[in-house]
Design a protein around this ligand. Structure first.
Ligand code: HEC
Length: 257
């Protein structure tokens, strides 16, 4: 009996340790410096949002960032827009609908101007995650010590200027000193304080960014639109087939008692 009790105590101690370790993992990850952790809440099935996102992208991002895996005509097809709408609204940087979303800026020049060449954004939603990009585009704050006049809470000393500042307005970041033990403190982002309003309200700006991120999410995996549509069809098929199989089974076994 005492042996059993001992065992169960040891087991529960083990379980408690495991749980504590599991709990520590997210805490450690959060300590890694992701200042904002808001969710993008985007929906790649929302075609209107994708269309707005595409418009935002070509107007505000394509000057510096390419999306070299995206072909304009495929985009038009997936986003349900006509070729004329495509040419009039989205194709400022290309001649033919069969071209991909490239930019004319040469990487060497870009590096000279910004210090870091703007990365291609075709796969950014997958490599960094939609939530990261959502927070990054909302994370710029005034910092006179930077050449661009801004810094970013998601990417310290980001080389990217705040290209959406007219829309968002300007904000200051408030940091607080957090004790990290052994008498050391660390500056941790607390909140933003708006210092001058932009053309959009905060809610409108979030929606603008959500649409843009939604577009990048689609771009990173265009197949997901088709997969969603296919998935619904497959589930509907399985449901109907399941009902039929059940009815058939009832029919076949009805005389067997
Ligand atoms: C004026 C040029 C310019 C424009 C316009 C621009 N960017 Fe950037 N962007 C940059 C540069 C330069 C970097 C590299 C930043 C770094 O690594 O410090 C960058 C980096 C990024 C990153 C990667 C951040 C990271 O953590 O590595 C994302 C995401 C991004 N930009 C999104 C966008 C989106 C979306 C738009 C349009 C709303 C946009 N950018 C418009 C210059 C630009």
């Amino acid at each position: 009996m005492p042996v059993l009790v001992m065992k169960s105590i040891r087991l529960s101690a083990l379980a408690a340790t495991c749980l504590a370790m599991l709990g520590a993992v997210p805490a450690l990850a959060a300590g890694g410096g992701s200042a904002m952790s808001d969710h993008a809440g985007n929906d790649v099935g929302n075609v209107a949002s994708l269309q707005r996102g595409a418009r935002n992208f070509v107007n505000y991002c394509l000057g510096c960032h390419s999306a070299q895996y995206v072909r304009y005509n495929r985009l038009a097809q997936d986003l349900q827009i006509s070729e004329q709408q495509l040419i009039d609204n989205l194709m400022f940087a290309a001649e033919k609908p069969t071209e991909t979303m490239r930019i004319s800026m040469r990487p060497a020049d870009a590096e000279r101007w910004f210090g870091v060449a703007p990365p291609d954004l075709s796969l950014i939603a997958r490599s960094k995650g939609v939530d990261y990009v959502y927070n990054f585009l909302r994370g710029f704050y005034v910092d006179p010590s930077r050449a661009t006049g801004v810094n970013n809470v998601m990417l310290q000393n980001a080389a990217m200027p705040h290209v959406l500042w007219e829309l968002q307005g300007e904000q200051q970041a408030v940091f607080e000193d957090v004790n990290v033990g052994e008498g050391m403190t660390q500056k941790v982002f607390k909140e933003f304080q708006a210092t001058s309003p932009g053309q959009l309200s905060p809610e409108e700006y979030d929606q603008f960014v959500r649409d843009t991120v939604n577009f990048l999410d689609y771009v990173a995996e265009p197949m997901q639109l088709e997969r969603q549509r296919l998935g619904i069809g497959v589930l509907a098929f399985l449901l109907v087939f399941g009902i039929l199989a059940y009815l058939l089974k009832q029919e076949i076994w009805k005389d067997v008692k």
